[in-house]
Every structure is written in structure tokens, then in C-alpha cells.
Design a protein. Structure first.
Length: 646
């Protein structure tokens, strides 16, 4: 049974020799039958039998030669946006490039290739052309070994149902392995489907942005595309990440998510409380919180908010003439004469009187919890307060300085600023495509804070969608996820599918994520929320191990040949033995070292609950000379010249 399943195609096509002999015998029997040297009732069946055996052997040799010819691999392919539309006709399917489903036989062939030099068995790809295949041999100048994709001579367009990607997708690959090309293809398809698309790009890839713009130009309205870039605020939109909330405490939770972690959690908890006190006070004053206001009142003091809140409280509870009450007039007189202790220089005399009246003349049953929290902050030692908010203020300062403050804390009544003010609810309702460039190379700290805050706001929006129901699908793409991952993103990965958010994350190595989250265990726990894995070339061993663990194992057959000979002391005594052993062992479906040899744009993937595929992404060319609504036409392959950059 094992011998029937075992094959070794990386060898000479010995079947062709046997086929030639069978055809020669066929000619012999046909000749002797035609010349009556052998009775025709005997020669004709023998000729037919030999001919059949010859055809069988020739077919077996051709199969071996086709496999050997396919070892030249596949060159990088460039297609236009119109040609991509030809492969994406069904909106409920995702196009994953070209390739084939990876089966145990392909693993067997790959393991056998590890024992030999594949160059000795390569056959000219012109044989594939004669047999009806579409050869595109990989140029020698391209990165990676070609035979990995060549273990299967015929590839097909790869499609998977869209619903299989609800659980999130992970793109992993080293620098310049093709993550941007893969994201470009997936983003273009999401735009064409009509999804709300949000792209978070820390490094500002010009090519990826061009592809996104071209997709909006081809299949959406002209004003669909929105851009945000911290270095060029005048060309983009203003984003308000504190606009959408159902409870005021949500804003404090968003700010907490971008704070640097501390071991005990005390500083993080106090930072949350400090933000929450200000937010509750602003809501009490019917003012909309934003980052600039939060920074102002946390850094400069809660006094203006507390004074305004107490004025409203007294008007509501004591009436219009509350300042003329005897106790209030006495306290105001003492405060203006300096008889009341001043906790900070920012406290006005009126505020000192208002707080004293609240503390000594308002019954516990009539007090307001929001005011209680503000009074507690007001009475807190100022020096100690600044120490325990030391990890909060730098983050808020980064997000509110200069032009960035006007971009992230937009003022709707600023007549001089004509940039649109957007938030995730408006983006979702209008079906926009938002491209967020974080500019992480010159300013990584600010980029990380912006990305983390955006994800925190989106997670809150996902919760609102989940509570209210009736939503439009959102496709979220996060490049270099290790730069921005935080607890809200993990919550989106964990529960976002129920809120209609399809998330695709791209990263380089597992170590990058482990450094961000604190440990490899935490990184693996976060990645466990992503159901689909697309692995391009990876050089990092822990990352390779993570990938091959996901793919699982398969049975691999090995042949061991033994040959021994010997001679006794007596002349003429000689002995020899020959043995063949076929063994089976379970090995990785894809060897880990193979991931480091993949050519650019080629990948192994585990999708749809464990279906393993081997594929390659074509480069999407966002050329401007193509008509807006292109007519579908067959995809053409363009092999890049040696040294040419796609």
C-alpha cells in the first residue's frame, strides 16, 4: 500500500525508454502481420497491446518531464485594476492570487527536493508551452528559489468565501517580501465590494496609497477617499477620536489604552480617573470633550471646570439668588480677603468660597458625585498630583501640540480651517475610505499614540454597532501592527466579527509583537484571535515555527537502500546483500526553512479553518492611463527584468 503512494519524480524519465521499446515492438508486430510472416489474428492483438503499453509509458514520462519543467517556478506578474476585476466578479468571494491547494503529495515532493540539486533536473519550460501550459519561469535575478511553487505544474485563480475572513487575517513576512502588494489587492477588493475601508499605515507607503486612490476612482464616488497625515495636515481631514461615545467613561478608557503600561497598574488607574473627572465635568457643563480640553484641565488644573459646575449646581438647587445667601456671602467675603486656604494659584476667590460652601453646607444626600470627584481632585496635593499623572501628560501633549492638536481636536466654529471634520460614525454612514498615514519613521512615539487612539475609538464604535445592530461592513487593514497594537485592537480581533469588522493585520516577526506586548506568550495570545494566516518569506526562526505549527503535519515517506558485500578468506568465496526499506513519519506540512526561501509575493496560507494553499499575489499597477470603467480582459503576465523594481 505504501509503495503505491510513493513517487520520486526528481530523476530521469526512464519511462520514455520503455515507451520507445514498446512502440518499436508495436512496429515489429505490425510489419510481420502485414507481410503475413505471422498470422494477423495473433499479430494484430499483440501490436495493439504493445501500442497501449507504449502510450502509457510515454504518458508517464511526459508527466515526469512536466513536473521537472515546472521547477523553473513563476515570475512576478503585473496586472491592472481592470484585470483584477476579471478575477473578482463575485462580491462574496476574496481573490487570493494564483496557486493551488497544498496537499500531502506536494509536501512529499518538497521533502524529496531537499535531498537533490533541483538544477540538475530542470527541463526547458518550452515543453510546458507545447503541452498547453502557461509557463512564466522565474528569472535568476529574483529573490527566492523557484522550485517551491514548481512542485505543482498547473495553477488556478484562488478564491475563498468572504464569510471565512470574518475571524481576521494575519499577513506575516519580512521586509520587501510582498506584504504591501497583498494588502493592495485585498484593499482594492474591499473598495470594489462597497465596504467602509480604514487603512492604518505607519510608514506611509506611496504605492499602497496610490492603489487605494485608484480603487476609489474606479468604483466609488470622487469624494469617497479621505486621507490623514500628521506631517501634512493641510492636505487631509481632521479626525475627532472623542466624538462617539455612549458613556463618558468610554473616553477615559480610550486615553488609558494609549498610556504606557506600568507594572502595578496604579499610575494607569489614576490616569483613567484623572481623565474621567475632567470628562464628567465637561459633560456636566454641556461641553464636548476633546484632547485639547483634557490636556488643558489635567495639566493646568480642574479649577475652571469645577467653578463652572458649581455655579450650575447652585443655580439649579438654590435658585437664582444663591449668591445672596448669608453663608455664601460670608464665604465670598472671606475668600476675597484671603482668609480661605488656597490649594493652588489657579483657584479664584469665588471658587474657594463655592467649594467651602459645598463641603460645609450641602448635605450628603444632596451632593453630586461628579462634583465630589472634582472637589477631591481640587483638594489633592498639586505636586503629588503631577507625579502620579506623569505618564499621562506626555501622551496628551504629543497629541495636542502644533498642527496635530488642531487635526485631532477640531474646532467646528473655526472659520479659517476648512478641512472636513470626520469621525468613525460619519465615515461609516457615508461609506468613506480612510487612509491614515502615521509617519512612524521620523516620529514613532506620536505615530504609535495616534494609531492606538484610533483603534480605541474604533473598538468603541464596534461596541455601539454591536449594541444597536444594523451596520455596514467595515474592512480594517493595519500594516506594521506591532507599532500600534493595544488592548482595543485585541478586542476588535476577538469580538469585532460580530460587529461587522473584518480585520487584516500585517507584521514582520513574532519578536516585534512580543516586544510591544511584553512577552511571546502575550503575542501568541493576540495572534490566536486571527483565524486566517498568510505567510510570505520569513527569516525569523520563532516566526517560522509559529507559521508551521499552524499548518500542521503530514505523513512523509522515505526510502532507505542498503548494499553490502564481502569476501571470505578462501579464494572464490563472495557474499553480497541488497535491501530497500520504505518508512513513514509525520513531518511538518511545510518545512520551516522553506519559508525563508520563498520568492517575493509568494506565500503559504491557512484559510477557511485549516485549508492550506500555496499561492502568489500579482502586482497591482495603478496606472493613470486606464479608463475609469475598464472592460474585463484576460490577465497578462509581465516578467520583471533583472534588477527592475516593481
Amino acid at each position: 500500500m505504501l509503495m503505491r503512494r510513493y513517487e520520486m519524480p526528481w530523476r530521469r524519465a526512464y519511462e520514455s525508454y520503455a515507451g520507445a521499446v514498446w512502440l518499436m515492438v508495436t512496429a515489429f508486430f505490425a510489419t510481420v502481420g502485414a507481410t503475413d510472416q505471422l498470422p494477423r489474428p495473433l499479430s494484430l492483438p499483440l501490436a495493439l497491446l504493445c501500442f497501449g503499453m507504449g502510450v502509457l509509458r510515454i504518458a508517464q514520462s511526459v508527466r515526469t518531464l512536466v513536473l521537472r519543467a515546472s521547477l523553473t517556478g513563476r515570475a512576478i506578474q503585473v496586472i491592472t485594476t481592470g484585470e483584477l476585476a476579471r478575477w473578482c466578479r463575485k462580491p462574496d468571494e476574496v481573490f487570493l492570487g494564483f496557486g493551488f491547494e497544498w496537499r500531502p503529495v506536494h509536501s512529499q515532493r518538497l521533502y524529496e527536493l531537499a535531498k537533490v540539486d533541483y538544477r540538475e533536473f530542470c527541463v526547458s519550460p518550452r515543453l510546458l508551452t507545447l503541452l498547453g501550459y502557461d509557463p512564466m519561469p522565474q528569472p535568476d535575478a529574483e529573490i527566492g528559489v523557484p522550485y517551491i511553487h514548481g512542485v505543482e505544474p498547473r495553477e488556478v485563480p484562488l478564491h475563498r468565501p468572504l464569510q471565512n475572513f470574518e475571524g481576521g487575517t494575519l499577513l506575516v513576512g519580512t521586509t520587501q517580501s510582498g506584504k504591501g502588494v497583498a494588502l493592495a489587492s485585498l484593499i482594492t477588493q474591499a473598495v470594489r465590494r462597497g465596504d467602509v475601508v480604514i487603512v492604518i499605515d505607519p510608514k506611509n507607503s506611496r504605492r499602497l496609497k496610490r492603489v487605494t486612490q485608484r480603487a476609489c476612482q474606479d468604483w466609488r464616488d470622487a469624494d469617497t477617499f479621505l486621507e490623514f497625515h500628521p506631517a501634512f495636515p493641510e492636505t487631509g481631514v481632521r479626525l475627532d477620536f472623542t466624538f462617539n461615545w455612549q458613556k463618558p467613561t468610554e473616553i477615559a478608557s480610550r486615553i488609558q489604552s494609549i498610556m504606557p503600561p506600568d507594572t502595578a497598574g496604579a499610575f494607569s488607574a489614576f490616569g483613567w480617573d484623572a481623565v474621567n473627572v475632567v470628562v464628567q465635568g465637561l459633560v456636566e457643563l454641556e461641553e464636548r470633550p476633546n484632547l485639547v480640553k483634557l490636556t488643558k484641565y489635567i495639566e493646568g488644573g480642574i479649577e475652571p471646570v469645577l467653578e463652572g459646575t458649581l455655579r450650575r449646581y447652585y443655580e439649579r438647587t438654590l435658585g437664582a439668588g444663591w449668591r445672596e445667601l448669608p453663608e455664601m456671602k460670608r464665604l465670598l467675603h472671606d475668600a476675597h480677603r484671603g482668609n480661605l486656604k488656597r490649594p493652588s494659584e489657579a483657584a479664584s476667590a469665588d471658587l474657594l468660597a463655592f467649594v467651602a460652601y459645598y463641603e460645609h453646607h450641602v448635605a450628603q444626600s444632596q451632593r453630586n458625585k461628579v462634583i465630589d470627584a472634582q472637589v477631591r481632585t481640587f483638594r489633592h496635593n498639586r505636586e503629588h498630583y503631577q507625579k502620579i499623572t506623569a505618564n499621562l501628560l506626555p501622551v496628551l501633549s504629543m497629541l495636542t501640540s502644533g498642527d496635530l492638536g488642531r487635526s485631532l481636536s477640531p474646532e467646528p466654529f473655526d472659520a479659517d480651517d476648512r478641512r472636513p471634520i470626520m469621525n468613525f460614525e460619519k465615515i461609516e454612514r457615508a461609506g468613506h475610505v480612510l487612509y491614515m498615514c502615521l509617519d512612524s519613521l521620523p516620529d514613532p512615539s506620536v505615530a504609535t499614540a495616534i494609531g492606538a487612539l484610533a483603534l480605541a475609538d474604533l473598538a468603541a464604535r464596534a461596541g455601539m454597532r454591536y449594541n444597536l445592530g444594523g451596520y455596514r461592513r467595515i474592512s480594517l487593514f493595519v500594516d506594521e501592527v506591532s507599532n500600534v497594537i493595544n488592548q482595543p485592537l485585541i478586542e476588535i480581533l476577538n469580538k469585532g466579527a460580530e460587529g461587522g469588522i473584518f480585520t487584516t493585520c500585517a507584521m514582520q516577526t513574532l519578536a516585534d509583537l512580543a516586544k510591544r506586548l511584553g512577552s511571546e506568550a502575550a503575542a501568541r495570545m493576540a495572534l490566536g484571535n486571527l483565524n486566517n494566516l498568510i505567510a510570505l518569506r520569513s527569516k525569523d526562526r520563532p516566526t517560522q515555527d509559529f507559521v508551521v505549527e499552524t499548518f500542521g503535519k503530514t505523513a512523509i515517506h522515505s526510502v532507505r537502500v542498503g548494499l553490502s558485500s564481502g569476501a571470505d578468506a578462501h579464494l572464490g568465496d563472495f557474499s553480497s546483500s541488497y535491501s530497500t526499506q520504505l518508512s513513514e513519519s509525520f513531518e511538518e506540512m511545510v518545512p520551516a526553512d522553506v519559508l525563508g526561501k520563498l520568492p517575493n509575493l509568494q506565500y503559504f496560507a491557512s484559510v477557511s479553518g485549516g485549508r492550506i494553499i500555496k499561492g502568489r499575489f500579482p502586482i497591482l499597477d495603478p496606472g493613470e492611463d486606464e479608463p475609469k470603467l475598464p472592460k474585463p480582459r484576460p490577465a497578462t503576465a509581465t516578467a520583471l527584468a533583472p534588477g527592475q523594481v516593481p
